[in-house]
Design a protein around this ligand. Sequence first.
Ligand code: PMP
Length: 411
Amino acid sequence: MEIERARREYEELRGRNLKLDLTRGKPSSAQLDLSAELLRLPGDDYTAADGTDTRNYGGLQGLPELRSLFSEALQVPPGQLIVGGNSSLAVMHDSIVYCLLGVPVGGERRWTDEERVAFLCPVPGYDRHFALCERFGIELIPVPMTPAGPDMDEVERLAAADPGIKGIWCVPKYSNPDGVSYSAETVARLASMPTAAPDFRIFWDNAYAVHHLTDEPVEIADVLALAAEAGNPDRVFVFGSTSKVTLAGSGVSFFGSSPANVAWFLGFLSKGTIGADKVNQLRHVRFLRDERGLREHMRKHAELIRPKFEAVDRILGKELGGTGLASWSSPAGGYFITFEVPAGCAKEVVRKAAEAGIALTPAGATHPYGDDPADRTIRIAPTFPELDELEVAISGLATCVRLVGAERGLG
Ligand code: PMP
């Protein structure tokens, strides 16, 4: 496209004084409304299945009926699940802190006493995982993602050779941000690979376990069972939450692992609290009821957000298809779309979009230290805006890409 036309389109876009936000994967208010009833529960009956008065202290591990309800979705036996507070990220944070300040099961010393602690980070990945490690001085080592999960040849090579590598971040289903789900082979290799560190941990953040966009839910292999079978029962920490099931700010979270790790985790937890918020746990049980209830509830979410994912795909296809200026993922679940522009262009596209009032996650956020060496990956979060706003924002994004492409003589 000639540059004058691209400039004209962009000036027109800027003239609209938009204020649109595609930065974070938040549920829309219509999605939150699906859980309106939650706030009227548990009503006058505060008693859990075993007769516990949920208003009182106690119940550190969480209500058994809630653990049973999420056992299948998270692929963790109920006895090996702990219910946490409103944020799984907080549980991941605490898991890191416990490893730093307490000797992990099977480890020789506290991670703070190690010369060096590093984590493998499949890229593109989730910026908050990376920021958490960075905050505590844990080194981040990028490994590329493939359509079947992290590049396992690379992961195996690094983990086997370097005792400083203590863990890997994994979002195994509908990954943030590229929507990839790990193949059975990838999961088996992660569970069984030799690691130089005896206390190597897989941080298995199954944030999108039940967040399907199609009628064919993706199933992933059971990493806890595979690790136990391979003789590495304590390798995996499983995380999950209802942030994008019920209320993003007032849900419940989960930690799942081997019996030894669960006892280890509870040993720390018991020093910090006399018990969990069981009223909120009971509320969740009464609202979701059972696995079928959970599935049906998630179907309602899908009905609200599928049109948004389809709109992004349709508009990008119409405006950028065949130009060679962009490619993007079409995920079968989760909350994000990865949008790739020609190398060296992502920062400039995000800058131009911001100038036109369209806020995108900073280019580079999908990579450790905020540094995407190719400067080409942008994360799109389509769930929060209303559909009409989303359409305007994506079309505006395409305008920015065309201008950057024209300015650089690409496409
Ligand atoms: N993990 C992943 C992969 C996520 O994408 C998000 C939210 N964007 C979270 C965790 C945050 O979860 P929570 O609300 O339970 O802290």
